[in-house]
Design a protein around this ligand. Structure first.
Ligand code: AKG
Ligand code: FE2
Length: 370
């Protein structure tokens, strides 16, 4: 961060209703233009006009509350092996920074717990022989209404993700069906995150606690519902970490590495992490649900020709979405450091050398605290 230069950080708010409700081409062009600017400058957007009913979001949060309130032993019955990205993840069993090849800053695993659901082979009956465990079946906890509520929100988050890719196609000047071809059997996973510590835990003894380590999301686009408790921090282009809290009724949208690769970093997969504030030796409980729209396992990502020119040489070798995601998951879920994420890890290490452990965090309104 440059000393004494206050560059304010702001996550743009965009109303996408022109795409949700088939607005005029002029209205849609205005939305696509705002999304392009947000994707170039920040990589995070807040969207309103997404059309998800408040009751569907309430159903999701009720289901999450009911599950995470179970005791640890009951929750652990829903664990799956690391290669199967479904079911329960206990606290301190994953380290997100390993997904991009960097050891966690505090040498400890992240304290979030999570429950994952995703699209299985049965959701894509038009495609034969989808590989396992990429398209694994879900495990569902034995809680009244959990599956129905979570599935209802999952379907809606998927609709919003697909709406975003229609906007992306327009914003990038691609043919309208560009993303349909690479997402007709998309690897879609939703991680419901819960950040809390058992009552009585002395958080001071745990040092520099990390809710979720710094990472970029892996796929095309993430639709993130988060409650308004502070904790999510996003890395600004000046190397500062900034608190981000969604506006009332807004969903956060952020770009993943697949989009950074396609666009040759015209659009970035922005680094983010979760550090819940410690107040009077306690952590305020925080919840989020990240819907990852990652694309077809067999889709080849090659840099878009419109994003390469003499001033912007091609930064990436082609790879499939399946290979890319597998290397990331082996890092976060199985602790196998991903050494292929050279460009993302360089950004993390640069941010650490700028800030160090006790760096000032800027709030979304631009004030600095430490
Ligand atoms: O909890 C949050 O707000 C962020 C979660 C996140 O980044 C993720 O699940 O990938
Ligand atoms: Fe994330």
């Amino acid at each position: 961060m440059k000393e004494g230069v206050a560059i304010s950080f702001h996550v743009p708010l965009v109303d996408i209703s022109a795409y949700v409700r088939d607005g005029s081409s002029v209205e849609r062009a205005a939305v696509a233009q705002q999304v392009d600017a947000a994707c170039r400058e920040v990589g995070f957007i807040q969207v309103v006009g997404h059309g998800i009913a408040a009751s569907v979001i309430q159903g999701l949060t009720d289901a999450m509350d009911a599950f995470f309130a179970l005791d640890l032993r009951a929750k652990k019955a829903y664990r799956t092996p690391p290669a199967v990205n479904r079911g329960y993840t206990p606290p301190k069993s994953e380290s997100l920074s390993l997904s991009l090849g960097v050891e966690p800053a505090n040498r400890m695993n992240d304290f979030f717990e999570a429950f994952n659901v995703g699209a299985g082979a049965d959701d894509y009956p038009h495609v034969a022989d989808l590989p396992q465990p990429d398209y694994a079946d879900n495990v569902w906890p034995d809680i009244d209404g959990f599956e129905a509520h979570v599935s209802a929100y999952f379907a809606e988050a998927g609709r919003v993700a697909r709406t975003m890719t229609r906007i992306f196609a327009d914003a990038l000047g691609l043919e309208p069906g560009f993303f349909d071809r690479v997402t007709d059997h998309s690897l879609d996973v939703m991680r419901m995150n819960y950040y809390a510590l058992p009552p009585g835990t002395d958080v001071r003894l745990d040092g520099d606690l990390t809710g979720m380590g710094e990472h970029t999301d892996y796929g095309i686009v993430t639709v993130l519902w988060a409650d308004q408790v502070r904790g999510l921090q996003v890395l600004g282009s000046d190397g500062s970490w900034n608190d981000v809290q969604p506006a009332d009724g807004a969903l956060l949208i952020n770009l993943g590495d697949v989009t950074a690769r396609w666009t040759n970093e015209r659009w970035m997969s922005t680094l983010h992490r979760v550090k819940p504030p410690v107040i009077d030796g306690m952590i305020e409980r925080r919840r989020s649900a990240a819907f990852f729209h990652d694309g077809n396992v067999d889709a080849l990502i090659t840099t878009l020709p419109t994003c390469v020119d003499p001033r912007h040489p091609d930064l990436y070798e082609p790879t499939t979405i399946g290979e890319h995601i597998a290397a990331k998951l082996a890092g976060s879920r199985a602790g196998r450091r991903n050494d292929a994420a050279v460009r993302e890890s360089a950004r993390v290490l640069a941010s650490r050398s700028v800030g160090g452990a006790g760096e000032g965090i800027r709030t979304s309104s631009g004030t600095v605290r430490s």
